[in-house]
Each structure stands twice: as C-alpha cells, then as structure tokens.
Design a protein around this ligand. Structure first.
Ligand code: NDP
Ligand code: MG
Length: 382
C-alpha cells in the first residue's frame, strides 16, 4: 500500500486530501503530516491517520515536548520529515515559495511528488525536471488544469498534441473594469465564484496572477513553448483543460469544480477516473443547464497574464521575480499597504526594474534570486 506524506495538511489542498482519505479508509497509509503555524492540530490528526511523525517549522519547544511525550516524532524541518518518514509519495500542498525546498528534497530522495505547490515549477521547473529524471521519480501535477492535461496526455500521447488550452474562471471581478477595482477588500478578493481555496491563490485568481503562474507551470511541466499554451476565460470552471491534437481534434476534461479528482488522480495514478462512486464528488450533470462559455483574456485588463508569457519566454530568473513580486504585492494588499488594483501594477513595475545577471542553475541559485527579487519588490512597494 502507498505511504503518503501530506505537506500543508491544514490548508485547502491538505484538508481536501484528508477528507478524501477519511471517506475511503484503507486506501493508503499516511506516513506523516506537516503544516506551519497551526501545529496544535497535528497530534490529533496523526492519531486519526495512524502516523507517528509530523513537522512544523513554527513548532514551539513546549509543543515538541508534549507531542514527543505522546510518542510522536516532531521535526521543525520539513526536509527531515521527508527524509525520515519512509514515504513513497509526497503530496506538496504547502503554499508559496516555501514549498520549493520540500519538492526538491523529495525528488532528491527519489520520491514521487504529487505537486499542488505550483511555485516549485515556476521557480525551478527545469532543475526539478532534471532532478526527477536523474533520480527516476515523477512530478505529478495536482493543479486542476495541469492534472487534466496530464490525464489527456496519458490518453492521447504527448506526440499527438499540438496545443494545451488551460481555462480560467476569470475570478470574482472578471466583469469589472479596472476603474471599478478601487476599494476592493481582502474578503471580496477572496470570494472566488467557483473554487474554495487558500487566501493567496484566491487573491491570485482575482488578479489572474494565478493563471500567469499556471501558464509558466504548464510550460515547465510539459516542456512546451509559450506559443503552444493558450489560456482562456471559462467562467463555469467545468472544463479544466483541453488539448488540441495535431490531427485537428480538441478534447476537454470536465468535472465539477472540485480538487478531489486531481488529488485522487495524482495519488492513485488516474484512480479518480475509474473511481467507485464513493470516491467521487457529485458527478458532472450534463443536463444541469450550465452553459459553457469561453472568452479571450483581455491582457490590458489582466496584465499579469501577458507578463507571465514574457517570463516564460525569457526563462532564467524572470519567473522567479514574477512569483516573488506577486507574493510581496499580495501580502502588501492583505496588510492594507496597497489597494487591490495596485497588486498587478506593482508586479509589472518590479519586473520592469529587475535587471539581474546570470542564470539560476541550482536550487540554491533559485533561492538567491528569490531573495534578491523580494528585496527589490519591497523597495518598489515600500
Ligand atoms: P493554504 O494557504 O490553504 O494552505 C497552505 C498550507 O501550507 C497550510 O497547511 C500551511 O500551514 C502550510 N504552510 C504555509 N507556509 C508554510 C511553510 N513556510 N512551511 C511549511 N508549511 C507551510 O493554501 P492552499 O491549500 O490553497 O494552496 C497550497 C498550494 O496548492 C499553493 O501552492 C496553491 O497555489 C496550490 N493549489 C491550490 C489549490 C486549491 O484549491 N487550494 C488548487 C491548485 C493549486 P498552516 O495552516 O499551519 O499555516
Ligand atoms: Mg489551477
């Protein structure tokens, strides 16, 4: 039976994963669990899922003392948990750049990674692909669009595919003009119309920075040039991605907007597609009177989509700057230092000012460029 290590178990991806396992006991063993500041829930979750090791970088000495007395192994370094848990699949549901080291450590150990943390591929896609190749392990996407493409590639073969088409809901403000974005609160920005997700990715969906990250993620996961990736607005979020084949036919993957399928597909290698009903969330009802719409993305209105294409084309440190600038800008918005409408304009300004030399060749290099990009971003945003 598969031994699954769940990183970010208290987040949106983590709790959806735990709920899917709760609904289907005995599917896989949980090898360990990690989170950050919500570490107090770890002992109860470890007991429920029968594992004996947990990690949190924020764990206090008092917590460690108590948890270790109760028989748990507690790590403050997620890398140590990965090395020590004896897992054969790591589900990385950590948010932000903090997830990169975990992806790297798991692949370096030769462990397959079910990757929700898109930042890993955005920041270090080529390095991680090479590492997975050297260690003979796989990076399996969890992001719904990429999971859909992964399954479509399995169905039709990579060689037969011409173009990847990834969909975007357009977020809660897709019908607002730029001048209507003033005064938007964090709460409104997090009110995604179709998906329930963590705060950062929800805000990123509202600016479409998320689609930008996903365009770069797709380029790196599937090793395709930007011209072969098309992103379109699809407000209903039922079609998660499409592939256009070289023979002129286009195939779509559809389901209700739920992360349960991509997570189960990643853990069980397409298992979600053959799942017994009990594994499945509500089935997609073709008679539910949903009208499927597809629209071009207006990149004047959503400039980060255009920036992401540029960053994918430029390669090198550009995607790292895109990601770091967006993390800093989103945090500034959450802290009330900039308005919602200034998130994307700040990222554009930071990218215009970035002029680093060299190219990242190792994960250490990536982290160095990331910290330079954050320094620059803080000086631009103040
Ligand atoms: P959440 O904010 O809901 O959860 C983040 C998780 O990561 C929490 O468990 C958090 O722990 C943990 N964490 C945060 N910082 C650190 C750190 N420095 N070290 C270790 N653990 C940390 O995020 P989501 O679940 O929404 O997203 C997770 C990732 O998945 C992101 O990269 C996102 O882009 C991607 N993704 C998410 C989707 C979704 O539906 N939510 C869909 C597709 C991709 P704690 O609770 O203790 O703070
Ligand atoms: Mg996605």
């Amino acid at each position: 039976m598969k031994r699954l290590l769940i990183l970010g178990c208290t987040g949106s991806i983590g709790t959806t994963t735990l709920d899917a396992l709760r609904a289907n006991p005995g599917l896989c063993e949980v090898a360990g669990l990690s989170c950050n500041s919500n570490f107090s829930v770890l002992p109860a979750l470890a007991k429920e899922f029968g594992c004996d090791c947990v990690a949190s970088p924020a764990a206090t000495d008092a917590f460690r003392f108590q948890a270790e007395k109760a028989g748990l192994r507690v790590f403050t370094d997620v890398g140590e948990l990965i090395r020590g848990s004896g897992s054969d699949l790591v589900l990385n549901g950590i948010s932000g750049a903090a997830g990169l080291t975990a992806t790297y450590t798991a692949l370096n150990q030769g462990i397959d990674v079910a990757l929700a943390n898109k930042e890993s591929m955005v920041m270090a896609g080529e390095i991680l692909n090479n590492l997975a190749g050297q260690r003979g392990c796989r990076i399996i996407p969890v992001d719904s669009e990429h999971s859909a493409i992964y399954e479509l590639v399995k169905a039709f073969g990579f060689q037969s595919i011409d173009k990847l088409i990834i969909t975007a809901s357009g977020g809660p403000f897709r019908n607002l003009s730029r001048s209507e974005l003033k005064g938007i609160t964090v709460e409104r920005a997090c009110g995604h119309p179709t998906w329930k997700m963590g705060r950062k990715i929800s805000i990123d969906s509202a600016t479409m920075a998320n689609k930008g990250l996903e365009i770069i993620e797709a380029g790196r996961l599937f090793n395709v040039a930007s011209q072969r990736i098309q992103a379109v607005i699809h407000p209903q979020s039922c079609v998660h991605s499409m592939v256009s084949l070289k023979n002129g036919q286009t195939y779509a993957q559809m389901s209700q907007p739920t992360m349960t399928f991509p997570i189960l597909n990643a853990i069980f290698d397409g298992f979600g597609m053959e799942a017994d009903r009990q594994f499945s969330p509500a089935l997609f009802d073709v008679l539910s009177e949903v009208t499927l719409e597809f629209r071009r993305i207006d990149t004047e209105r959503f400039p980060l989509v255009r920036c992401a294409y540029d960053c994918l084309n430029n390669g090198s440190w550009y995607p790292i700057v895109f990601n770091a600038a967006d993390e800093i800008a989103v945090q500034a918005f959450v802290d009330g230092r900039i308005g919602f409408e200034e998130i994307d304009t700040s990222v554009v300004r930071i990218l215009e000012r970035a002029s680093f030399t060299g190219t990242p060749e190792t994960v250490e290099d990536v982290l160095m460029y990331d910290s330079l990009a954050r320094e620059l971003s803080r000086s631009v945003i103040c």
